[in-house]
Write a protein that binds this ligand. Structure first.
Ligand code: NAI
Length: 333
């Protein structure tokens, strides 16, 4: 029997890349049924809610969500939908793997980094307070509970995947109490994994070292804000945001999404790269125990990425979302 998952089609390029990815999943024989909902800005404008109740209820039933990007209106009154979903379903572990692909030419050939980003606290709790007309405070929250579980997950992942090093990224030289506690917990937990090298680096130094010598990094774990920024940087090392997938895992729910946003500048032009969402879907298949289907899709993507006639312009191809999707489906057949 097919397994049912929930799919959110978001804004901008969201619907285009979702359609491409679902067609590829079907062609690969993924054995999935979909409950598909439109969410985001357009849904809000037409029906008054960014996420309809039925979409929440579907995710609560299926517990697995493939989500495409959503446009977050800037300004008062709108909480980011992504932050809302991560908090509501306690999707505390944001895992973002960035790996060089020989078919995508960048100045770097040896990137194989997995960022573990804490997903529920730090400055992203959105606690801002206006002190007076010219002063605003923003609250950064770091707790032992949230730090322990993301750091432990990073070490468990390293152990399970034969990774050698876990690096803690922080700014504990300035934020001595908050990042200081995160770093202390990292060193406490690292002692329980003697087979894995543990080190720590300050976030600004990490950014410089990532572009000078990315090959030194393996698994990295960090609070929410640094994870957001550093993982966009790692996407740049492998060819851009069109290639960076992610999973957002909690104890009960799992959400898979591309790291990029709704790319309004290219929406509707038929040139969006669906790879990041497709690799997110592969992470979802692995989560569901469908490793062979994921491996089959990954092999087809590797072959197709090498053909600039069918790949999208963001990775220097001259093709479209459609030509890329069709080429992958042809390889799967
Ligand atoms: P963005 O990631 O949408 O775009 C940044 C640049 O990367 C643009 O030039 C875009 O064309 C390019 N790009 C992104 N994905 C691509 C793809 N698949 N193929 C080819 N090129 C791609 O970031 P931006 O412009 O800062 O944000 C646009 C909107 O997306 C905002 O409303 C933001 O809040 C939202 N956003 C949503 C996210 C989500 O739903 N997970 C994550 C990040 C941003």
């Amino acid at each position: 029997m097919n397994q049912t998952i929930t799919v959110f089609k978001g804004d901008g390029i969201g619907p285009e890349i979702t359609d491409a990815v679902l067609a590829i999943l079907d062609a690969a024989g993924a054995g999935l049924s979909y409950e598909i909902y439109r969410v985001g800005n357009q849904e809000y404008l037409e029906n008054g809610a960014l996420i309809p109740d039925a979409a929440f209820q579907s995710f609560e039933r299926t517990k697995v969500l493939l989500k495409s990007p959503i446009t977050t209106p800037i300004g008062k009154g709108f909480r980011s939908l992504n932050v809302t979903l991560r908090e509501k379903y306690d999707l505390y572990a944001n895992i973002r793997p960035a790996k060089s692909n020989p078919a995508v030419k960048t100045p770097f050939t040896d990137v194989d980094i997995v960022v573990f980003r804490e997903n529920t606290e730090d400055l992203y709790v959105g606690k801002e307070e206006r002190i007076d007309a010219d002063m605003v405070y923003a609250t950064k929250i770091i707790t032992r509970k949230a730090s322990e579980r993301i750091i432990r997950d990073a070490f468990e992942y390293a152990k399970a995947h034969g990774r050698k090093t876990v690096t803690c990224v922080h700014k504990a030289n300035i934020l001595k109490m908050s990042d200081g506690m995160f770093l202390d917990i990292f060193h406490e937990i690292s002692g329980q994994y003697p087979q894995i090298t543990a080190n720590d680096k300050i976030v600004d130094n990490v950014c410089m070292q990532l572009v000078m010598n990315p090959g030194q990094f393996d698994v990295m774990v960090m609070p929410n804000l640094y994870g957001d920024i550093v993982s966009d940087l790692t996407s740049g090392l492998i060819g851009g945001l069109g290639l960076l997938p992610s999973s957002n895992l909690g104890s009960d729910y799992a959400m898979f999404e591309a790291v990029h946003g709704s790319a309004p500048d290219i929406a509707g032009k038929g040139i969006a790269n669906p790879t990041a969402l497709l690799w997110s879907a592969c992470m979802m298949l692995e989560y569901l125990g469908k490793d062979e289907i994921a491996a089959k899709i990954r092999r087809a993507v590797d072959l197709v990425l090498a053909d600039p006639v069918v790949t999208t312009p963001d990775i220097h191809g001259s093709g479209t979302t459609e030509s890329y999707k069709n080429a992958i489906i042809a390889h799967l057949a």
